[in-house]
Write a protein that binds this ligand. Structure first.
Ligand code: SF4
Ligand code: SF4
Length: 295
């Protein structure tokens, strides 16, 4: 097949034939990127895919929840509103990229350390998260919108581990998922993954949140029946009150980094793998909401 006839060749915004900015079209656009872009691959071994197809949610820039992120018990006063990034902002597109099945299966549930595939995917996968952010931005521009990628903007920064734009909290507002005890976002495709977002002046129909509570998808919050992420953390960084990020970082520095020093990798994923919330919203919560994993 010649390069020009190969549906996998060429930049995604040139070969994606459809137009439109509704959440379904944006999901299809990003799914095609994830399925076909050769950069979605581990550099080691059999070059397994790092990411699976994403979830996409849209938030209105005027959603009052953005103001609540400034509260000290949420993110803090450092957090900014969408129009800080783009005056006249109307919508925020948030996406969740789940780690691939192959990458998650590489993680030995009995090992105190993550797999090489995990630590590599966690680090090298960040490059592809930025590929997704930039492709989405370019697609929005092609639809006539202005767009800013907060996480890649020079004004993006964090103080004492608190960012001025929290992808997880933005994902919550955009209907992508709720928080879990482990402080990760828990989505219909699980919690093992990464989030990204772009801000645009295009008016896009916001995603209706299928939850009302911050921890609605977490079993521990639901009926106190889980807490498995507490047991799985090798350094006791998670307790019934949540996660201590500073204790968490000691595991990377003292255990994971020394084991993978020659590769330059350091990311633990015990609280994202082999848990009831790793790959999906826990069944008990879906049943309560009258849903199944297929719905
Ligand atoms: S492992 Fe259990 S307690 Fe921890 S976040 Fe997931 S559902 Fe909640
Ligand atoms: S990433 Fe690892 S060390 Fe950090 S909280 Fe999760 S399980 Fe604990």
């Amino acid at each position: 097949m010649s390069k020009s006839n190969d549906p996998r060749s060429g930049y995604i915004t040139l070969r994606f034939a459809r137009t439109g900015t509704d959440a379904a079209t944006l999901t299809d656009f990003l799914s095609e990127l994830v399925r076909t872009d050769p950069r979605n691959a581990l550099p080691e071994g059999d070059n397994i895919p790092i990411w699976d197809e994403p979830l996409v949610g849209v938030a209105a820039a005027g959603d009052p929840l953005f103001e609540t992120l400034k509260k000290p018990q949420v993110v803090g006063p450092i957090h900014v509103n969408p129009d800080f990034w783009l005056p006249g902002a109307k919508s925020i597109i948030s996406f969740f990229l789940p780690f691939s099945k192959e990458l998650k299966e590489s993680y030995d549930p009995k090992s105190p350390l993550p797999s090489l595939e995990w630590v590599s995917g966690r680090q090298n996968g960040e490059v592809f998260v930025n590929v997704v952010r930039r492709a989405l931005a370019r697609y929005i521009q092609k639809q006539g919108g202005q767009v800013v990628i907060p996480n890649l903007d020079v004004r993006y920064h964090a103080v004492n581990l608190l960012p001025n734009w929290s992808e997880r909290h933005v994902g919550f507002i955009a209907g992508v998922g709720t928080f879990g005890l482990h402080c990760g976002l828990l989505t219909a495709k699980g919690t093992a993954g990464r989030l990204g977002s772009v801000v645009t002046d295009l008016e896009i129909m916001p995603t209706q949140r299928s939850y009302s509570d911050v921890y609605e998808y977490c079993l521990q919050h639901f009926d106190g029946s889980c807490g498995l992420c507490i047991q799985r953390c090798p350094v006791g960084a998670i307790n019934t009150e949540g996660k201590d990020h500073r204790i968490c970082m000691t595991n990377s520095a003292n255990n994971v980094w020394p084991a993978f020093r020659e590769w330059g990798y350091h990311s633990c994923g015990h609280c994202q793998t082999h848990l009831p919330c790793s790959d999906a919203i826990p069944d008990k919560i879906l049943r309560k909401n009258g849903r199944s994993r297929r719905s």
